[in-house]
Design a protein around this ligand. Structure first.
Ligand code: SF4
Length: 673
């Protein structure tokens, strides 16, 4: 049976057969290849320790009793305090169908925007930058562009570890056509080790660097003036701002980089969390997009800015309004006609008319008592959000916390009602990967005990809250049909996202659905190369970007990120000995100069302290670290070889445009224990 890997945004196809799981040769995202995480998925199919029974206050119960109580608590809060007193916090691990039902219930029928997702921590900044430049959340490129580029800039991306199968395409392009690979990253990551050029910028230095590259392209006559004139607006202001930018790196390195950028029309800029998780993330992405627009390097073979998303369904969530500041089907809160359109389609008289609380703000609202009932599903904010101790306090204060998950976590431990969720391999639906490719995830084994899919739980809650007819979904196919119909509703081309061709897909065709890109139909799946954008005047918007002055601090910059063989808080990958063998414990990687200054050697225990707490890690002296910056993986949690999660140390500073937390720029001091 064909399915899709549940880990990263590459979205690789798999076949589950009698001999286990193998890569799907026919899947366009991976053509049979898998990384080590995907290749060991079969070893995670282990039902031990799974949540199998609903419980209330630790007492096993029935679904009916658990859902009745959850509905009573939500109804009481709504009736006494209004719809904005309740919230859902969901997950990029959701299938699109799960997301659709949860979003429809909260925004359409409860009447609040308070549904946000852990994808806020991953790709909210690209969404914000895409919308303000293109008028719609559109990723212009496709993975085939990596085969056809002559220059690939990876910025804020350790793709060799975090998007391995896609990075292998870049390496094959280098073999086949001499593609140059540049990595722009403060640390010498595994990706940087494999690059032709590593640019060790200061943390947050990407914005100034891309602005400086725009200025160089202008100086050297490499702008696409026809494209700028006919298809964009705001260029002059963006160029003026760019001319004020210093590149911030070694002059010789900049000269090499600039020469390559100026001379190479087929250029991709692939960016990920190192860019997205910053207090200047949206502006940084705008600087990247500005460079591509100004040089006409967008929507053409081998030429585009490319957001590498973290989770397999980060784009599917965006399609159905999984973020608190979005409506479904790429409709927006900022356009009242969109509210009316959605209210008509859903027959929803109480549709939310204003955005809800973004993740960090949402948990602040839980902490200060504004949120009275909270439903968390498929994510573990007690470990994964910044200031996770604050989140734990918030959960302890909240009158009603419902948590649905596959395994017990630090979050389910703090919930009043715990619901057992069906997970990957046990439920059906679709995901959309980083290149707009919709793929099926398929159930090929039974969920343990009484575990149920999340869409079913939200539909049951909707019925109990009195909205039965709107949540009468017999199966995931029926949800997908409604999602497709909504994308096409009163959409005569205003929005590119349109699944009209799938509106009436029969159940059996949905079951057999093969991967397909949206927009559905054109043979070339690239977008925006024709210069038509989803803005009112169809012109792309340049955004002037100014890099903020960096502030001197006596503390270390604490950079957090992923390991090659782990995923999120290790609830799945931590069960596989082969994956644990790569890195067996939580570590702090520091530059030799910083280690010497702190009296640290590899293997020493080090207390890492920020304004938000202290955790203990094992020091690893790594010449690949930039002086003044240290790196800690975000996977480790209490009880998994760490005395605390690194996210305890990260403050709640967010990018103002996207609300994405600045995980990459924490500040910490070190003390040898
Ligand atoms: Fe899964 Fe990503 Fe690895 Fe592909 S690259 S197998 S999607 S983790």
């Amino acid at each position: 049976m064909n399915t899709t890997c549940p880990y990263c945004g590459v979205g690789c196809g798999l076949i589950a057969g009698p001999d286990g799981l193998v890569g799907d040769e026919a899947h366009p995202a991976n053509r049979g290849r898998l990384c080590v995480k995907g290749a060991t998925l079969g070893l995670t199919l282990d039902d031990r320790d799974r949540l199998t029974q609903p419980s209330i206050g630790g007492r096993d119960t029935t679904w009916a009793e658990a859902l009745d109580l959850a509905a009573v608590r939500f109804a009481e809060a709504i009736s006494r305090h209004g719809p904005d007193s309740v919230a859902f916090y969901v997950s990029g691990q959701f299938l699109t169908e799960d997301y659709y039902v949860a979003n429809k219930l909260m925004k359409g029928f409860i009447g609040s925007g308070n549904i946000d997702t852990n994808s806020r921590l991953c790709m909210a900044s690209p969404v914000a930058a895409h919308i303000r430049a293109f008028g719609e959340d559109l990723v212009p490129g496709i993975y085939d562009d990596f085969d056809q580029a002559d220059l690939i800039l990876f910025t804020g991306s350790n793709a060799a570890w975090c998007h391995p199968v896609l990075f292998q395409r870049a390496l094959r392009a280098r073999e086949a056509r001499g593609t140059r690979i540049v990595v722009i990253d403060p640390r010498r990551s595994a990706t940087a080790e494999l690059a032709d050029l590593h640019i060790p910028i200061a943390p947050g230095g990407d914005l100034a660097l891309f602005a400086a590259l725009l200025a160089v392209c202008a100086e050297r006559g490499m702008l696409d003036h026809r494209f700028i004139r006919e298809h964009t607006s705001g260029f002059d202001a963006a160029l003026s701002a760019a001319r004020t930018a210093g590149h911030g790196i070694d002059d010789a390195l900049f000269a090499t980089l600039a020469e390559w950028v100026v001379a190479t029309p087929r250029m991709i800029t692939a960016f990920s969390q190192g860019v997205n998780q910053s207090a200047i993330a949206t502006d940084t992405i705008s600087a990247i997009i500005n460079l591509h627009l100004a040089t006409g390097r967008i929507g053409k073979p081998g030429a585009c800015p490319f957001s590498l998303t973290g989770q397999p369904n980060a784009m599917g969530g965006r399609e159905v309004g999984g973020l608190a500041n979005q409506l479904a089907a790429h409709l927006g809160f900022d356009d009242p006609s969109h509210h009316d359109q959605l209210a008509r389609f859903w027959n929803a008289p109480h549709l939310a008319r204003h955005p809800g609380l973004k993740a960090v703000d949402l948990f602040d609202a839980v902490h200060d008592g504004r949120i009275k009932a909270l439903w968390i599903a498929g994510t573990n904010p007690a470990e994964s959000l910044p200031r996770s101790n604050h989140v734990r306090e918030a959960l302890a204060r909240c009158p009603t916390v419902v948590a649905a998950d596959c395994w017990a976590t630090a979050t389910t431990a703090r919930a009043h009602i715990v619901l057992p969720a069906a997970g990957w391999s046990e439920k059906d639906g679709t995901v959309t990967n980083s290149e707009r490719l919709i793929s099926r995830q398929r159930a090929f084994r039974s969920a343990p005990g009484e575990a149920k899919p999340d869409w079913w739980m939200f539909a049951e809650l909707g019925r109990r809250l009195g909205h039965g007819p709107a949540f009468d979904f017999p199966n995931p196919a029926s949800i997908f049909r409604e999602h497709a119909a909504l994308s096409a509703f009163e959409n005569a081309g205003e929005r590119v996202f349109n699944l009209a061709a799938l509106t009436n897909i029969p159940d059996e065709d949905y079951d057999a659905l093969r991967p397909l890109h949206w927009p559905i139909g054109p043979a070339d799946h690239r977008l925006l190369g024709d210069g038509r954008f989803s803005t009112g005047d169809q012109r792309a918007r340049f955004v002037p970007t100014i890099a903020p002055a960096s502030e001197a601090t006596p503390m270390m910059t604490l950079n957090t990120g992923r390991l090659r063989d782990q995923w999120h808080t290790m609830t799945r990958t931590g069960r596989v000995p082969e994956l644990m063998a790569h890195r067996s414990h939580a570590a702090l990687e520091i530059a030799p100069e910083d280690a010497a200054a702190s009296g640290l050697a590899s293997g020493d225990l080090v207390a890492v302290t920020s304004n938000h707490g202290t955790i203990t890690l094992t020091a690893v002296v790594d010449p690949g670290q930039r002086r003044g910056s240290a790196f800690a993986a975000m996977h480790w949690t209490e009880g998994q070889g760490s005395a605390g999660t690194v996210n305890q140390l990260i403050g709640s500073t967010c990018d103002p445009a996207s609300g994405e937390p600045a995980y990459k720029h924490g500040q910490a001091s070190l003390r040898r224990i």
